[in-house]
Write a protein that binds this ligand. Structure first.
Ligand code: ADP
Length: 365
């Protein structure tokens, strides 16, 4: 195991700046997920850590060793790719042990390591099979086994679950988490899927346009996003953004929506928001903070009248979609309410969980 230190890392492909100054300190044993939309630079970051891509500028350390110019095979990392890249003519044992054979490990040592890894991954009875005789999930496990036998300082995963169907993806996600709990190896995992990021990571790194937007534990990013981008990227259905402005009245600050609804700002936010009166803002509210009216709701809840556009019963809850300023928004309400399309509905906005976004800078204030 080792820590990984990424210091002002830059990557240019010709004139294109794919990574534009990334700083990140990854602790020994930590599970870090790099997440972001396609093209944000997350795979490039991972490939630079692996040594598969030159670093244009900055310093990369694994442990205390500067690795900018160290070849991939000398970095003590093991990478699991999206395509499992198994050798079709080799059986599971040979696929898992091949890297060790190349590195001239003794046959007895290889046998021990492959059998140990196979036990951890539930592959012990499949060691004689060829890849074509395995399911997608089993192939993925062999690819992980090949990484485990190396006992590396750092595991790198590049979208390892993308080729699996939805159900298997969830199952393998749990297995990867269990594996990390068991082995405790420093892990850096790349995905475009925010749910994978949230469920796996000790800390999530949200990237956008070659820079880090925010780093933090999953719940922190969910509860306190620093930017509109993070607020919209993390969470599904995603946060609602409603154009608004702030006004001050005798009772304190009020969020005023375009169509006139007035929502009182909780007192403890007054100081933080006071300087933003009159600016173009957006109110950010997650769907679960727009619910039906319930008995005994505190003063932090304020009514928001809407017209139901589409209602989607999910069983445990019903998603209500509604239009405001031609933009579709979403609320999560109790299924007993049974909202009808085209009918008015009074939602209650939980302002304790509100966010205000400065539309000019995209930052959450
Ligand atoms: P992500 O993994 O976040 O989808 P990548 O790290 O693969 O994104 O790529 C980041 C950006 O760099 C993309 O715009 C991509 O087109 C560009 N890029 C990646 N590899 C190369 C390359 N070898 N040559 C030129 N541009 C590249």
């Amino acid at each position: 195991m080792a820590k990984v230190s990424i210091d002002k890392i830059v990557k240019h492909y010709g004139d294109y700046h794919a990574v534009r100054g990334v700083d990140l300190d990854i602790a020994d044993g930590e599970f870090i997920v790099l997440v972001g939309p396609s093209g944000c630079g997350k795979s490039t970051m991972l490939r630079m850590i692996a040594g598969l891509e030159d670093i244009t500028d900055g310093e990369m350390r694994i442990g205390d060793k500067l690795v900018n110019d160290v070849a991939p095979r000398d970095r003590d990392i093991a990478m699991v790719f999206q395509s499992y890249a198994l050798y079709p003519h080799m059986n599971v044992f040979e696929n898992m042990g091949f890297g060790l054979t190349l590195r001239k490990f003794a046959a007895s040592d290889i046998k021990q390591r492959v059998e140990d890894a196979a036990r951890i991954l539930g592959l012990s009875t499949l060691l004689d099979r060829k890849p074509k005789e395995l399911s997608g999930g089993q192939r993925q496990r062999v690819a992980m086994g090949r990484a485990i036998v190396r006992d590396p300082e750092v595991f790198l995963f590049d979208e390892p679950l993308s080729n699996l169907d939805a159900k298997l993806r969830v199952q393998m996600r749990t297995e990867i988490k269990k594996l990390h709990q068991k082995l405790g190896t420093t892990t850096i995992y790349v995905t475009h899927d925010q749910i994978e990021a949230m469920t796996l990571a000790d800390r999530v790194v949200v990237m956008n346009h070659g820079v880090i937007e925010q780093v933090g534990p999953p719940q922190e990013l969910y509860r306190s996003p620093a930017t509109r981008f993070v607020a919209s990227f993390i969470g599904s259905p995603s946060m609602n953004f409603i154009p608004c402005r702030l006004e001050g009245d005798a009772s304190g600050l009020v969020v005023v929506l375009d169509e006139g609804t007035r929502l009182p700002v909780p007192k403890e936010r007054s100081e933080r928001y006071a300087a933003h009166i009159g600016k173009a803002l957006e109110l950010g509210l997650r769907p679960e903070h727009l619910t039906e009216r319930k008995e005994g709701m505190s003063a932090e809840f304020a009514p928001l009248p809407i017209t139901v556009d589409v209602a989607e019963p999910m069983g445990v809850e019903t998603l209500v979609h509604f239009l405001m300023n031609d933009v579709m928004h979403c609320a999560r309400i109790d299924p007993s309410v049974d909202p009808q399309a085209g009918q008015p509905l009074e939602l209650m906005a939980n302002l304790r969980h509100m966010h205000l976004i400065d539309t000019e800078t995209g930052t959450v204030i």
